[in-house]
Design a protein. Structure first.
Length: 428
């Protein structure tokens, strides 16, 4: 009788029906060193592929709620601000609103879907996302809707699509930059203190994106991309003294541009002259910003009432887009504008809190980058419409008309919710 403590022989692969038995010469005896066939267990069903990146649990309810509130207010204000221009341009007062509503509904669906997807999956697709975004930035330089300024400069910002829709590659590039910088600082976290890894390579990444967007004659987005990259560099641990030197250099460059605006493209020169000289061509260079200030001033504390703006009737240029906040101030007054600013502030601070609570550096940097994008873009828009900085033509998140921008913004909000969902999971 065999000892009951003898080890069992390894499992043997038995032939399937109709298959000849494998002759490997192994007889199962102890000490037989000839080759044997061992069955390897397969992965359990549902544990491979995208299914392992689907998350459960709760996300940050405050961030979601504030996002939806801003989206709802933004749609209402877009309808109010856009219907005179929409009727004049398209004989349909609801043309801008309907398109924006379509993207809003699709964006909410995308946001909820992205919130269920583990954000770590984006690092696996970075080799596709990064080249795709750069390729789109190149394509738009040659294939675009061809808007030409009064100075003959071509604004190459939108790729025309079917049905009158357009695609703005720079909006996709914002998320691509955030993702690329986050992956970079995660990978080289231990070398960031060195100049090559902490300053040179990150600055090179930012320069590639900014350079391509600058070729579109899109100065506002170029500045925004620069600020987003700098924010991630700061949170990623770049040497603070080198960082300060870089910031001082940017400030000196900005001062040089203000003192010698001739070094910039003509459309930028006009904007700078209009900002520095308040009497500069009041019917051209100052027309938009002057009427924006009239709208803000006439709103008073409580506003003239929703839908009762006068400046949106062909006085404020682009009331549905870059200067929608001036219509907000006119109709909702100082009180309403303050509430909206507070909502944006809550959203940004909540995003920073999500970043600080993230499980890993990659998620933390992504959350910081998205928060920087929303916060800086909002601040720049408000500073422009109040004539605090030169007119850069930057949109207000959740409010300004733009399908690509809204869809990408809601997608990024979904990524933020995904990071918060991951942070809320208990470690096993």
């Amino acid at each position: 009788m065999a000892d009951r403590f003898d080890p069992l022989p390894p499992p043997v692969r038995y032939p399937r029906y109709g298959e000849a038995p494998a002759d490997n010469g192994y007889n199962g005896e102890k000490g037989d060193k000839r080759k044997k066939t061992v069955i390897k267990p397969r992965r359990a069903f549902g544990k491979s592929g995208l299914s392992e990146y689907i998350m459960t649990g709760e996300f940050d309810v405050v961030y979601f709620a504030v996002t939806m509130i801003l989206l709802a207010i933004g749609l209402v204000m877009l309808l109010s601000a856009s219907y005179p221009t929409a009727y004049y341009e398209n004989d349909n007062s609801y043309s801008y609103f309907i398109k924006q509503l379509i993207f809003a509904v699709a964006g909410v669906a995308v946001m909820l879907g992205a919130s269920k997807l583990d954000y770590k999956i984006y690092s696996k697709f970075l080799k596709i996302i990064l080249p795709a975004s750069l390729l789109l930035l190149v394509i738009v330089l040659f294939y675009n809707n061809g808007r030409v300024s009064g100075n003959g400069e071509n604004f190459r910002r939108y790729i025309p699509l079917f049905g009158g829709f357009t695609f703005q590659p720079s909006e996709f590039a914002k998320f691509s930059l955030i993702l690329t910088m986050s992956a970079y600082f995660t990978k080289y976290a231990k070398r960031i203190s060195k100049f090559k890894y902490g300053i040179f390579y990150p600055a090179l990444i930012i320069a590639v994106f900014c350079g391509l967007i600058l070729l579109e004659n899109h100065m506002s987005c170029t500045l925004l991309m620069l600020f987003i990259g700098v924010a991630i560099m700061y949170s990623g641990g770049t040497n603070k003294w080198l960082f300060v030197v870089g910031v001082v250099g940017v400030v000196l460059l900005a001062a040089a541009v203000l003192m010698v605006p001739e070094i910039m493209p003509k459309y930028i020169q006009q904007k700078l002259q209009g900002f520095l000289d308040k009497d500069f061509e009041p019917l051209k260079g100052r027309w938009q910003i002057n009427n924006s200030l009239y709208a803000i001033g006439s709103g008073g504390f409580f506003g003239v009432g929703l839908g009762n703006s006068k400046q949106k009737y062909m006085y404020v240029s682009e009331p549905q887009n870059d200067f929608i906040f001036s219509i907000v101030c006119e109709e909702l007054g100082f009180l309403g504008a303050t509430v909206i600013i507070i909502l944006f502030l809550i959203l940004v601070l909540r995003g920073i809190q999500i970043s600080l609570k993230a499980r890993d550096k990659f998620g933390s940097y992504i959350a910081m980058g998205i928060s920087a994008q929303i916060g800086i873009q909002t601040a720049l828009n408000i500073l422009v419409v109040t004539d605090s900085i030169p007119n850069t033509g930057i949109a207000l998140p959740f409010f300004s008309y733009g399908g690509t921008a809204l869809l990408m913004l809601l997608f990024e909000s979904g990524v933020m919710l995904s990071i918060s969902r991951k942070s809320a999971q208990r470690k096993i």
